[in-house]
Design a protein around this ligand. Structure first.
Ligand SMILES: C[S@@+](CC[C@H](N)C(=O)[O-])C[C@H]1O[C@@H](n2cnc3c(N)ncnc32)[C@H](O)[C@@H]1O
Length: 206
């Protein structure tokens, strides 16, 4: 995996957190970059599979890291200041969040798809969005920073993001989403048209 803008952005968001867990760490590149930049002091690199953990061990051998073979948070007992759950699909991320700590931990969540579903999950499971960031590399990536708490999101917020909608850099992302919806509308079933039209209006009204 390339040392790309998304990895650097995630690493930069670790600044000022002492102990960080990376769930689904794969090669451990977010943690490695955060250590190299001097942003974090301790970490747990965690993954469901052994092979990625072995790659992470190679990349992180010079840093104070412990390793966990774990399905999401299920085998994690230690407290951390920040948990990163990035580079996965929305359904998997929501499954992982089912067992997330209920304490002071902050979360960096970056789903590769269905970001509206992730926001809706957060609203209904006692999470509060603290900020949102857009990274444009080859694709657009949205990173949500969250903590435990209550929030109410409108339908517009679910699609546009309660923080992203106020950021000027989101405009090209919304324009791309609108174009994509227009394209799929041409082939969609009549029942789906109505839903797509509603989404299109949300993205176009900005
Ligand atoms: C595409 S990689 C993402 C790597 C990295 N987080 C990133 O953002 O680039 C997904 C990783 O998540 C791991 N994974 C999948 N399901 C998991 C689960 N339930 N718990 C922990 N890790 C999981 C996979 O083994 C894989 O290493």
């Amino acid at each position: 995996m390339a040392r790309n803008k998304r990895i650097h952005f995630l690493a930069d968001l670790c600044k000022d957190y002492h102990k960080v867990i990376d769930i689904g760490t794969d090669h451990g590149l977010v943690l490695k970059t955060a250590f190299e930049k001097g942003y974090i002091q301790e970490a747990i690199a965690s993954d469901l599979r052994e092979q990625p953990l072995k790659s992470a061990m190679k990349n992180l051998r010079n840093y104070p890291v412990t390793y966990a073979l774990s399905d999401g948070f299920l085998s994690i007992k230690e407290e951390v200041d920040l948990a990163i759950i990035a580079g996965m699909g929305a359904y998997l991320i929501c499954d992982i969040l089912e067992h997330a700590p209920t304490n002071h931990t902050h979360f960096l969540i970056q789903a590769n798809d269905k970001i509206d579903m992730v926001r809706s999950y957060l609203m209904h499971h006692n999470f509060k969005i603290m900020d949102e960031y857009l990274v444009h590399d080859k694709f657009f990536y949205i990173i949500i920073k969250a903590q435990r708490g209550q929030m109410i999101l409108s339908e517009e917020d679910l699609y546009l993001g309660p923080y992203l909608k106020h950021k000027v850099e989101s405009i090209p992302y919304y324009q791309q989403k609108a174009k994509h919806i227009e394209k799929i509308m041409k082939k969609a079933d009549p029942e789906r048209q109505e839903e797509l039209l509603k989404m299109l209006k949300i993205y176009e009204n900005l």
